[in-house]
Design a protein around this ligand. Sequence first.
Ligand code: ADE
Length: 241
Amino acid sequence: MEPYCLDVVTLVPQVFDSLRSLGVIGRAFSSRIAELNVYNPRDFTKDTYRKVDDEPYGGGVGMVLKPEPIFAAFDSISIKSRTRTLLMTPQGKPLDQGDLLRWSKEHDQLILLCGQYEGFDERIRTLADEEVSIGDFVLTGGELPAMVIINGVVRLLQGTLGAQESILDESHSEFLLEHPQYTRPAFFRGMEVPEILRSGDHGAIAQWRAEQSKNRTKTRRLDLYSRWLEKESSSQEKKDK
Ligand code: ADE
């Protein structure tokens, strides 16, 4: 199979080096499940100063990313048939697991545009199919958000995780939070592993885990829990019909 293509447009390409070599995601790149290409708009400037930003029209503090180097970097990317271009910005749609699933299934290429500094020329927006935020906070650039997306998408690709770590439980985006996990020792600093997990009763363990999962979601993330409840009742209705 052709590797899933991740093309990143960024002024700090070095940031992405660690992705290639480290852990589960690094292995997905070395085994050609995915491919990572990084493009620096500065390499696409034509002036002697290799200028990528300029003062804002209308005045104001800070600098604004110029459109030409970004468009030139974008134009140099070889486009696949099922491509998607994402712009990293706190103004975008908040990222969720459903987005990651969709990009991993319906596309074979993600182009990730990272903003930097105080902002970017509004015309850069026209390159993007979607604008994505990783949360209601502001970072200095889109690099960390892009790395978040790459990690989350590559993790979902066929072959990245072993059967052991499979993602069967997450086949829908409105998932419940994980139940608590324990490993040896059974007693540690006055804290005991729940007896049921040591009982060998697989039915009871599954039930306990499901309960824990539901309770945890209900107390920590009522928003997720309500979505899960709705989904449950609608799938129950379908069964009843
Ligand atoms: N760039 C700066 N902050 C960001 C955020 N929270 N999400 C996406 N891109 C960003």
